[in-house]
Design a binder for this molecule. Structure first.
Ligand code: EPZ
Length: 428
């Protein structure tokens, strides 16, 4: 296992290109199951979860061509996926336990092959994270399920899935994606009410349309999908990652400096831009380049409540909290999406942060400085928050279990070092 040793105190300067979005590439890779031809994805980031998805599709009998280079080489990946050879419509536990998003193959397998065996995703550090809403919606489309030995045994009716009026009691991102992909090949029309409006859902829908699907309402709370008999392959560029861009914004807010994010998805990150602007981070835009400049002194403490899109994304909560640890004043950070997404609080305290938990809120009292310490990552975005805080802490910090970070970022440590950070990757 790797760990990251950080010498804090170095401001960041220069330009860095934002990678493709993990949470768009994952459903897009699953969508290849639906196609009667190869799906050619470009601007694919090289990161752990996508390598896991590639392995899952290959184990199903698909052909996946992507170099997913290691640390060498730069620039985005191209990922060519041909699932016409699919022979094993199954996602087994040993893979699903490492990546819950494997459940995204359920809808496509039911729609294209009429059956699926998918290991019931377990919980993770940030919460129980059931998929009951996915199953209920697919059941309304005619699917039936048995749970046996920890696996979901799923079958579509003989004539295939049928369109349905689906309503999600709470917004679910991958639930919306699973149903949208299943509905693309279902008989008749499916209307998804209280649909997720996340940009990655929109990107998935756009790719499906490029494959021949008929979808309306993307980006709104009501998505209508008119089933078609088949979908073709396509070539599609994955949108850039608004969470990586936001993470780099938080890095500049904490470490200071002047950085240009190239290819930032500005239209997808209004809530994040607004919050960092309110805190005093200077921003200007030219095309899809976002110029950032820290105020030099302390940021202003601002309150935060995570919400489904277009609200402030929960995937940026840990990173924003890290930035508030050094702000002037008190910030109340409230997490409304997941029940246990404050695992980073205890670790931030080890750096000297002053944070108290009150139910679903964390009260962050800004301190003058943080001091380096050994830190342990617990989940993907917590590990990003800890790394950013270490950039601003005085002295040396070591963040262990960075496999969490490598699952969801395309060599974030390397990008930060290119901007002047002092991070060394070591073997634990
Ligand atoms: C997606 O997860 C993202 N993952 C998450 O990003 C992100 O945090 C989350 O959406 C919220 O934006 C991918 O897109 C691969 P949900 P997802 O279904 O779809 C509850 C990251 O860091 N729920 O929108 O699993 C659930 O427990 C990851 O990149 C049910 O109760 O999240 C949660 O409390 C972490 N039953 C809430 O809804 C269900 O059937 C929202 O979850 C489904 C969800």
């Amino acid at each position: 296992m790797d760990r990251l040793a950080v010498e804090g105190g170095a401001p960041l300067f220069g330009k860095v290109r934002v990678s493709g979005a993990k949470n768009a590439a994952l459903p897009l890779m699953a969508a290849s199951i639906l196609a009667d031809g190869p799906l050619d994805l470009t601007n694919v980031p090289s990161l752990g979860d996508l390598k896991t998805m590639a392995r899952l599709l290959t184990l199903m009998g698909g052909a996946v061509r992507a170099s997913f280079r290691g640390d060498e080489g730069a620039g985005p990946e191209e990922c060519l996926i041909d699932m016409r050879g699919l022979s094993v419509p199954e996602a087994r536990h040993e893979l699903v336990k490492t990546m819950r998003a494997s459940a995204l193959v359920l809808g496509p397998l039911l729609a294209r092959h009429g059956r699926a065996v998918v290991s019931l995703p377990g919980g993770c550090a940030i919460g129980v994270r059931p998929i009951d809403m996915h199953l209920k919606a697919l059941k309304e489309m005619g699917a039936d399920f048995d749970i046996s030995g920890g696996d979901i045994i799923a079958r579509a009716p003989a004539g295939g899935l049928r369109g349905a009026a689906v309503n999600f009691p709470t917004v679910t991102v991958t639930g919306t994606e699973n149903v949208m992909m299943a509905a693309a090949l279902a008989r008749g029309e499916t209307v998804i009410s209280n649909a997720a409006r996340e940009p990655e859902v929109v990107d998935t829908g756009r790719a499906l349309c490029a494959m021949g699907a008929r979808i309306e309402g993307l980006g709104t709370g009501e998505i209508a999908v008119h089933g078609v008999p088949s979908l073709s392959g396509a070539r599609y560029a994955v949108m850039s990652d608004r969470i990586e861009a936001g993470t780099l914004m938080a890095a500049v807010a904490l470490a200071g400096g002047k950085v240009t994010l190239q290819g930032a998805p500005l239209a997808s990150m209004a809530a994040v831009r607004d919050k960092f602007g309110e805190a005093g981070l200077y921003m200007s835009y030219e095309g899809d380049d976002l110029y950032l400049e820290s105020p030099g002194g302390r940021l202003e403490a601002v309150n935060l409540v995570t919400m489904p899109h277009p609200g402030f994304p929960t995937d940026m909560q840990a990173q924003f909290m890290a930035a508030m640890c050094l702000a002037s004043g008190v910030s109340i950070v409230t997490e409304t999406i997941f029940e246990n997404r404050f695992m980073h609080v205890a670790e931030l305290r080890r750096l000297g942060a002053d944070i108290t938990l009150e139910g679903r809120s964390a009260v962050v009292k800004g301190v003058r400085h943080l001091s380096g310490a050994p830190l342990t990552a617990s989940d993907l975005r917590a590990s990003a928050g800890l790394l950013l805080a270490a950039l601003a802490a005085r002295g040396r910090s070591v963040v262990s279990r960075v496999y969490h970070l490598d699952r969801g970022y395309d060599r974030l440590d390397r990008k930060l070092n290119l901007l002047g950070a002092r991070i060394t990757r070591e073997k634990e």
